[in-house]
Design a binder for this molecule. Structure first.
Ligand SMILES: Cc1cc2nc3c(=O)[nH]c(=O)nc-3n(C[C@H](O)[C@H](O)[C@H](O)COP(=O)(O)OP(=O)(O)OC[C@H]3O[C@@H](n4cnc5c(N)ncnc54)[C@H](O)[C@@H]3O)c2cc1C
Length: 453
């Protein structure tokens, strides 16, 4: 890499036409096919700094690849420099201090594997192959959100490479403005080469809720779940998923192509006490399958991986809601009925407890008073991408009037100026100021972009 970037560093540079180019530029979403001018596979913060300086001096744009899982495929850009952190996945745990040091290319599985050796966990997401960097920088919703908040709420500090190519430490005493901005403001401000996260006692065995109902009971289930969550303890966070199950070998024949509504979740304390707490969620209607059981936390964290394979084309959108009124539910179910193909995944995730207690201006993540987030994905297998995209847009338009502040979860939605501004709300102005200070030329713009003020 030294020759190309003009400095002596450890990583590798991959150029168009080279053997690994096509494989390395791939991201999770198979609908994304961008061709960077150069891929820098970094191994050290110094490699990242060299790549940033190289791009800045030539006025090239930069995209940052953590785990490559963003729906919009922002980890890869056309023509610019793709900074690939996939070789930077080390995790070091300090069990006594309950902190974890996690490199910027780590996947959720890397964190869980190391932290669970000590019965500890960082609150992250629900699919083990997701990258922690993108997830944490824009929020981070997992089964511990009710008890311990979002991933961004658990960032204690970071090592970052700025747009100037400097390696700096960011925490409550150093670069305070930047410390505020990275806890929800995304990859706008620099490349995080290492996070310092707060750890919590979790597992190693947890009570995992997993009940499948007939989709015909969807309205009843949504109403009852909403009522349940109004008085639910912080320990239980749940995700509701409506979908048509694929005719896949990992499912029994009687479930192939069956339209279902599933409730998954986790009780974040002693499993025995959790049994009675989650009981009502297992009796919302007649279950088709109830797979609720005590299992290792690491197993729960990878249980859904099989449902969301890599490199499949996907179109998606998201909106927050405060409550699920009848007309909103009717509109949503009507849209599902009208989907042009069965390969849609419609999820409503509860938002409550600790994540909602954080004041809306304490971090850039402004949505602290919604009770559900809607995540809709359309896998473009049976119908062309344009049709999927049109349906996704129509779901967004139809549900927007019922939404909370017209805001979407930035980790699960395509790019757009209004989308970005609506998600940050009152915090946007402050983010613009931080952006102007640390990245006035908008080097880091392949993201939900905050324009320098
Ligand atoms: C299968 C699947 C499951 C998911 N499950 C969950 C879930 O349970 N909970 C949840 O909250 N979200 C979930 N998500 C959404 C997820 O949070 C986003 O896709 C997130 O962007 C993933 O991070 P990444 O590092 O893999 O992203 P990437 O695509 O690599 O990066 C996305 C953006 O993040 C920024 N970025 C990435 N790395 C860095 C870095 N080191 N420094 C600075 N900026 C960086 C860049 O702006 C980049 O464009 C899921 C997504 C998928 C595809």
């Amino acid at each position: 890499m030294g020759n190309v970037l003009g400095s002596k560093v450890e990583g590798r540079v991959i150029l168009p036409g080279q053997v690994q180019y096509d494989e390395t530029r791939k991201v999770w979403n198979g609908a994304v096919d961008r061709k960077p001018g150069m891929i820098v596979v970094c191994e050290l913060a110094e490699d990242v700094a060299a790549a940033v300086k190289y791009a800045r001096e030539r006025q090239l744009s930069v995209s940052i690849r953590g785990g490559g899982h963003h729906l919009a495929g922002t980890a890869v850009c056309d023509d610019g420099v793709m900074i690939d952190l996939s070789k930077m996945r080390k995790v070091n745990v300090e069990p006594e201090r309950k902190v974890a040091h996690v490199q910027g290319g780590a996947l959720l599985s890397d964190i869980d594997r190391e932290t669970q050796k000590f019965g500890l966990a960082v609150p992250t997401g629900t699919v083990s192959e997701t990258g922690v960097a993108g997830l944490a920088l824009n929020g981070g919703l997992g089964y511990l959100r009710g008890k311990y908040g979002l991933t961004c709420d658990n960032i204690l500090g970071a090592e970052m490479v700025t747009a100037e190519g400097e390696i700096i430490r960011v925490d409550k005493n150093n670069h305070k403005d930047l410390f505020w901005a990275i806890r929800g403001g995304g990859g706008n401000f620099g490349v995080v080469t290492e996070f310092k996260f707060q750890l919590h006692e979790v597992g190693p065995e947890v009570l995992a809720l997993d009940v499948m109902y007939d989709y015909n009971d969807a309205k009843t289930i949504l109403k009852k779940t909403e009522a349940y969550m109004k008085q639910a303890p912080d320990e239980i966070s749940i995700n509701i998923t409506a979908t048509t199950l694929p005719p896949a070998p990992f499912l029994p024949d009687f479930l192939h192509l069956k339209q279902v509504i599933m409730i998954t979740g986790m009780y974040a304390r002693d499993a025995l006490a959790g049994e009675s707490v989650i009981k009502p969620l297992r009796e919302l209607a007649d279950p088709i399958v109830d797979g609720t059981k005590v299992m290792p936390y690491v197993e729960l964290q990878s249980k859904l991986d099989i449902m969301v394979p890599n490199h499949v084309p996907v179109y998606g959108t998201s909106l927050y809601f405060n409550g699920l009124p009848d007309n909103m539910i009717d509109a949503l179910l009507h849209k599902i009925d009208q989907a042009p193909a069965p390969s849609v995944l419609v999820q409503l995730w509860s938002m409550h407890g600790e994540m909602n207690r954080v004041p809306a201006d304490e971090t850039p993540f402004a949505i602290r008073a919604a009770s559900f987030v809607l995540l809709v994905d359309f896998i473009a297998m049976e119908v062309p991408g344009e049709i999927c995209e049109k349906w996704i847009d129509s779901v967004y338009d139809r549900l927007l009037p019922y939404s909370f502040k017209k805001a979407s979860y930035l980790n699960a939605v395509g790019l757009g100026e209004t989308i970005t501004k609506n998600a940050f709300g009152e915090n946007y102005k402050r983010l613009e100021k931080v952006k102007k200070k640390y990245d006035p030329k908008n080097l880091f713009r392949h993201n939900h972009n905050i324009k320098p003020e």
